[in-house]
Design a binder for this molecule. Structure first.
Ligand code: SF4
Length: 255
C-alpha cells in the first residue's frame, strides 16, 4: 500500500526542478511544504506566486507555507531570535540548530498533525518525503546522510538522483518549463554565503545587509568570542570593507 507523497520544497533550483520532473512523470504530490524562516531573500518570496501559478496550471496542490512562530518569545524570524539572544545562526558556530528549529521542526509539526499522515500511520503506511538533492557529487553525499534521517513515519526519496538530473539539467528543465530560475534558497544572513553573495546582498538589499551587520554587532556586544562573525573566521563587515577597497587598490596600482 502506498502512503501520501510530500515534497519538501525549498523554492530553489533543485526542488523546483523536482516539481517539474514529477509533473512529467505524472506523479501528483499530496502536499508541497515550504518552511519559511522569516528571513528568506526577497527574490525567494517573489518566486512563490510564480511557482503557485505554475502548480495551478499543472493541477498540483498549492505550496503550504509553514513557519516556526516561536509564540513564547514572539520572534517572527531567525534573525529576530538572534538579535534578541545576542547570538548568530548556529551554522556560524558549525552547528545546525538554525535549520533544525526553523526549517525542519515546522515541517515535522505540520506532518504530525496532517490528517493524511495520521491516516497513513493508522494503516501502517509510510509518508514518502521527496527531497530535491540533485545528481551532482555534493548532493549525492548528502543523500546518504539524509536517508537515515527520515522523520518518524516517513521515508525519504531523491527523485532527481534517480533521474540522473544534475544542477545543470535542473536549470535546463526549469527554463524548458517556461519558468524563471529561482535564486539560491537560503536566509539572507546564512553563514554559508560566499563573499560575492555578501557584497551582492549589500548592493541589492542594503536594509537586509544592515540587519546582518546588526546581528554581528549585537552578538559581539554580548560577548561573541569563539568566532569572528557570520563568516565564522571572518565578519561580514570586514568582508565588505575589504571588497570595497579592492577596486581602489587596483586603480592605484595600475596608476
Ligand atoms: S539557510 Fe543558513 S542560516 Fe538559514 S536556517 Fe539554513 S543554515 Fe541556518
Amino acid at each position: 500500500m502506498t502512503g501520501p507523497v510530500v515534497v519538501a520544497y525549498g523554492m530553489g533550483v533543485d526542488s523546483t526542478a523536482l516539481l517539474i520532473g514529477l509533473s512529467q512523470e505524472g506523479i501528483m504530490p499530496d502536499l508541497i511544504l515550504f518552511a519559511d524562516t522569516g528571513d528568506e531573500k526577497p527574490a525567494t518570496y517573489a518566486y512563490l506566486p510564480v511557482i503557485s501559478a505554475w502548480l495551478a496550471r499543472v493541477g498540483f496542490p498549492p505550496v503550504t507555507v509553514v513557519k516556526n512562530p516561536r509564540p513564547k518569545s514572539g520572534d517572527q524570524s531567525l534573525s529576530d531570535s538572534c538579535l534578541r539572544l545576542g547570538t548568530l545562526p548556529a551554522l556560524a558556530y558549525g552547528k545546525h540548530q538554525c535549520s533544525l528549529v526553523w526549517k525542519i521542526a515546522p515541517q515535522v509539526a505540520f506532518l504530525k498533525a496532517w490528517p493524511r499522515a495520521q491516516e497513513a500511520r493508522a494503516t501502517s503506511q509510510l509518508v514518502t518525503v521527496l527531497i530535491g538533492y540533485d545528481n551532482g557529487p555534493r548532493d549525492t553525499c548528502r543523500r546518504y546522510r539524509a536517508e537515515d534521517k527520515a522523520m518518524a513515519g516517513c521515508v525519504n526519496a531523491f527523485p532527481l538522483i534517480a533521474w540522473g538530473w544534475d544542477r545543470a539539467e535542473c536549470k535546463r528543465q526549469i527554463t524548458r518549463a517556461g519558468l524563471p530560475l529561482p535564486v539560491k534558497s537560503a536566509c539572507f544572513h546564512c553563514p554559508a554565503s560566499k563573499p560575492a553573495e555578501i557584497i551582492a546582498l549589500r548592493d541589492t538589499t542594503p536594509h537586509l545587509y544592515a540587519k546582518a551587520i546588526q546581528m554581528e554587532r549585537t552578538a559581539r556586544a554580548k560577548g561573541l568570542r569563539r568566532i569572528a562573525g557570520l563568516g565564522r573566521r571572518f565578519s561580514w563587515e570586514s568582508v565588505a570593507a575589504q571588497m570595497s577597497l579592492l577596486p581602489a587598490m587596483g586603480e592605484s596600482e595600475a596608476a
